[in-house]
Design a protein around this ligand. Structure first.
Ligand code: FPP
Length: 226
């Protein structure tokens, strides 16, 4: 969700105000996704590298997340949206963890749309953790370490184990990097880059990206579709 800062600066506003506008773009994205029948969205809200930002900005992002859940959870729940969290729980405050856990628990049976908040998320961190967990499981269950590790065995321990692989990865605000986001899950994702700043990313922009995606031929390493 890049471009909140630039959106704000261009209007003489603070970066926090840009993030607030970014949160509203999430509202619009959820509405549009329900209308269009999308099933899963993952949002990169805070990376393991974002701790390098000034503490005031970090605080404003987490405050916004808490406010987002406080003010939207009823509506989210009543519309059949399930909330998930992907990311490390280390360094997140009790208040943030309680809020996101409450949102996930409240909405866990919802089936219309899953919105996965990637918060304190980094793909390398996730993969290291998954490998560690997979080997600990082998130790517990006395599976020989020599037995080659299978993809499925590792995937069980990814934060996103409940989600399918990424089909379409959208990066806004002109950036063209993966920035440690869902690297395993995006192995065959189509990558869509747009100059639109995240706060301006609306239903029209989403439909545009989906039209682009629809015109792609997905080969998954083979020669024909599928
Ligand atoms: C990247 O843009 C954005 C972030 C690191 C934070 C994203 C956070 C939100 C959209 C709001 C949080 C709210 C919820 C509900 C999770 P940037 O700040 O790097 O923008 P820039 O590249 O223009 O500086």
């Amino acid at each position: 969700m890049d471009g909140n800062g630039r959106w704000a600066t261009a209007r003489g506003k603070s970066r926090s105000e840009g993030h607030r506008e970014g949160a509203q773009a999430i509202d619009r994205l959820m509405d549009a996704s329900l209308e269009l029948g999308l099933k899963n969205i993952s949002l990169y809200a805070f990376s393991t590298e974002n701790w390098k930002r000034p503490v005031t900005e970090i605080r404003s992002i987490f405050n916004l997340l808490v406010e987002f859940i406080d003010t939207r959870l009823d509506r989210i729940h009543s519309r059949g949206i399930r909330i998930l969290h992907s990311g490390s729980r280390k360094r997140l405050t009790r208040g943030v963890l309680d809020k996101i856990d409450f949102a996930a628990e409240t909405t866990r049976k919802n089936k219309k749309l899953t919105v996965n908040f990637c918060l304190n998320y980094g793909s390398r961190d996730e993969l290291l953790r998954a490998a560690q967990e997979a080997f600990l499981r082998r130790k517990r269950e006395k599976v020989p370490f020599e037995k080659p590790l299978k993809e499925k065995e590792l995937e069980k321990f990814l934060y996103t184990s409940a989600l399918p692989p990424v089909d379409l990865l959208i990066r806004t605000a002109g950036e063209q990097r993966l920035s440690n986001f869902l690297l395993w899950q995006s192995a065959y994702a189509e990558l869509y880059f747009t100059d639109t700043l995240w706060p301006d990313f609306d239903k029209t922009a989403l439909v545009h990206s989906l039209d682009w995606y629809g015109a792609r031929t997905r080969k998954f390493g083979g020669l024909t579709n599928g």
